[in-house]
Design a protein around this ligand. Structure first.
Ligand code: ADP
Ligand code: MG
Length: 304
């Protein structure tokens, strides 16, 4: 087991940023750590990366304790902090060798720097100062420094925030590739990101874990899974539609097209066809809305 978090709480003065958080991450998993701003994501990631001590509970990485064996843990964990603070006055190579030297002998740091520049696609920019780079390239430098000592675990705090759509696609694909070989926890508040990259989703709200499952399983929990869009050939009557067994709400989307929400496990499609026959209508189109993570996320975190 790579990461074992047991009953972690963190107080900042009076404020409880983490409240009895427990979870496990297995080797090779890519876990999306999802939650609204202020939920406690960064705090949890700092604790796993030995940058912040917890108030109570314990975290081990590959069996090593983050407080009592922090040197061992640091050697196994690569961390990309939120806002990716970098030395803007340093050249890319100079910076990566500098970070590498914290963990590695000089020759090894130089060798790994070359490899990381290659892996993260920094080649064309490698002679520039970090301050001269675009945000996307800075993120690559951030990823390169996190991986310079070849850690088996990567903790990436909002690695794609502030990127443009092209950079986003590039960095996501980079993380997906890295994730094939490493255990990764990445935080984000972008649902599509989790769908695109992660095997598993942990949702945190106000310092507590509120969901821990695969994206697929969570999607099925969406209450919005029971929405049907139906188009008839003629106008239908709203009051009559409401009378169909199991229908909760009816909303006219445009001429002759309706959005119909139904109760829990009732599939009203057959009833809709019967309704059409009874009212001399023809069903021109019928589409079931798939549950999505966005709505699950909202159900679990809004006004909770
Ligand atoms: P997230 O990364 O999910 O946005 P954080 O872990 O940064 O959440 O913050 C969780 C809560 O702890 C927030 O309410 C935040 O204001 C508070 N917090 C974070 N860091 C500190 C700090 N150094 N001192 C006091 N409060 C903090
Ligand atoms: Mg944060």
């Amino acid at each position: 087991m790579s990461i074992l978090v047991k009953s972690i709480s963190k107080l900042y003065g009076e404020q409880k940023a983490l409240d009895d958080v427990s979870f496990e991450v297995h080797p090779g998993q890519v876990v999306g750590f999802l939650g609204p701003n202020g939920a406690g994501k960064s705090t949890m990631m700092k604790i796993i990366s030995c940058f912040l001590p917890q108030t109570s509970g314990s975290v081990t990485v590959n069996g090593y304790d983050v407080v009592n064996q922090s040197m061992e843990v640091r050697a196994m964990v690569g961390y990309l902090p939120e806002h990716n603070p970098l030395y803007t006055d340093m050249y890319i190579k100079e910076f990566l060798e500098f970070v590498g030297r914290i963990h590695l002998p000089k020759a090894e740091a130089v060798k790994r720097t070359k490899e990381m520049i290659e892996l993260t696609g920094l080649g064309v920019e490698q002679h520039k100062k970090i301050g001269a780079l675009s945000k996307g390239y800075r993120q690559r430098v951030g990823l390169a420094q996190a991986m310079i000592h070849n850690p088996s675990v990567l903790i990436l705090d909002e690695p794609t925030t502030g990127l443009d759509p092209n950079q986003l696609v590039e960095i996501r694909s980079l993380i997906r590739n890295i994730g094939k070989e490493k255990t990764v926890i990445l935080s984000t508040h972008i649902m599509q990101e989790v769908e695109a990259i992660c095997d598993r989703v942990l949702i945190i709200n106000k310092g507590k874990i509120v969901a821990d499952d695969s994206a697929n399983v969570l999607r099925q929990q969406s209450k919005h899974g029971n929405v049907i869009h139906v188009e008839f050939d003629k106008e239908a009557n709203e009051v009559q539609l409401m009378k169909i067994k199991g229908v909760l709400s009816v909303h006219k989307e445009k001429d002759k097209t309706w959005r119909i929400e139904s109760e829990g496990d009732i599939d009203i499609r057959q009833e809709l066809f019967r309704f059409a026959v009874d009212h001399h209508l023809t069903v021109m189109g019928l589409q079931k809305e798939e549950g999505n993570l966005e709505s699950v996320f909202r159900q679990l975190t809004v006004n909770k």
